[in-house]
Write a protein that binds this ligand. Structure first.
Ligand SMILES: Nc1ncnc2c1ncn2[C@@H]1O[C@H](COP(=O)(O)OP(=O)(O)OP(=O)(O)O)[C@@H](O)[C@H]1O
Length: 309
């Protein structure tokens, strides 16, 4: 297990992390989400020893990470760290050697990863001559080239075109299948939903939601039903208890049902308006779950009074 346990970090009086914790099992892909400035990079930098936690620790296989175990982690920093004038192939070989591969194994791994990430023909080019997206691929290859036991990647998909996204996604899924735990941060929630078997959402210095996307859906406060009844007029659900209208347009209605509200009573009310052409629970997207999780909690009455005073 890769365990992030009770991480606290402040810069001056700014509490960035206030007890962040999550675990990533071998062979699983963890999507680390949160608004800009939520603390994702800080969390990853602490894991890599580039920032010091005020409290808490990160463990791999039950032991706190140290310099030695970090050499077995493939890390892709947000601020990217390539040598612009060095050729792609040399650079990858260099990173592989830094992580302990011998010269022949490093050269083989560099060639393999350049090929797998679509950089085969660019091996002889200096990095600075590559487009940003291709530099991104080199950075990822640099994280993979040492056959890491763990992958920690800070926004690896940003700036990639759809083909780049697919080749990176395939490479990461391969790593997972080989038993590597993968953590990556991303604002591309559709991608996180597609690739990750677990997701964590960071807000206000804590993980406000974590689990599988299915878990998060189950924990959601209400369930959303879509009903299309072309002849219905606005307010047709008025008499059904526990139902809140989310949106209503030309007979196409989204409804949030409180726990215990009767969906069959909704159907009966819809049928009283005429034809019903669609009646189904709607799957909440990760984007909606994210919005709900990071929304500021409503202030308590006492706090409201303070604000008003
Ligand atoms: N060295 C530092 N000194 C002071 N404040 C810092 C430092 N590093 C990070 N911060 C602050 O910590 C907070 C969290 O930053 P961090 O980069 O970890 O967020 P993030 O979730 O990765 O954001 P993004 O999605 O925008 O990359 C921000 O408010 C940032 O300004």
């Amino acid at each position: 297990m890769l365990e992030f346990d009770g991480l606290h970090k402040s810069y001056g009086d700014h509490h960035v992390l206030e007890g962040v914790g999550f675990t990533v099992a071998p062979g699983s892909m963890f999507g680390f989400c949160g608004a800009n400035g939520a603390g994702k990079t800080t969390t990853m930098r602490i894991a890599m020893g580039l920032a010091r936690a005020d409290a808490g620790e990160v463990r791999w296989r039950g032991r706190p990470l140290d310099e030695e175990s970090r050499r077995r982690i493939g890390y892709m920093p947000e601020e990217r760290g390539l040598y612009p004038k060095m050729r792609v192939g040399e650079q990858l070989t260099y990173f592989a050697r830094l992580h302990g591969l011998d010269a022949a194994a490093a050269a083989r791994a560099a060639e393999e990863w350049a090929g797998r990430l679509g950089l085969g023909e660019r091996r002889g080019d200096p990095v600075e001559k590559l487009s940003l997206g291709n530099q991104q691929r080199v950075q990822l290859a640099a994280a993979l080239v040492s056959r890491p036991e763990v992958l920690i990647l800070d926004e690896p998909f940003s700036g990639l075109d759809p083909v780049g996204v697919d080749s990176l996604a395939e490479a990461l899924l391969d790593q997972c299948r080989a038993g590597v735990p993968v953590v990556f941060s991303s604002h591309q929630l559709d991608l996180v939903e597609r690739l990750c078997d677990a997701v964590g959402i960071l807000a206000r210095g804590r993980m406000v939601a974590s689990g599988t996307v299915e878990d998060l859906r189950r924990r959601e406060s209400g369930r959303v039903l879509r009903v299309v009844a072309p002849d219905a007029v606005a307010g047709w659900t008025r008499d059904v208890p526990g139902v809140r209208v989310v949106s209503e347009r030309a007979g196409d209605t989204l409804l949030e049902l409180a726990d215990g509200a009767d969906d069959q009573a909704v159907l009966a009310a819809a049928l009283r308006t005429g034809r019903v052409t669609h009646f189904a629970w709607r799957e909440t997207s990760l984007v909606e779950l994210f919005r709900e999780a990071v929304a500021d909690p409503a202030p308590q009455p006492a706090q409201r009074a303070e604000v008003a005073a």
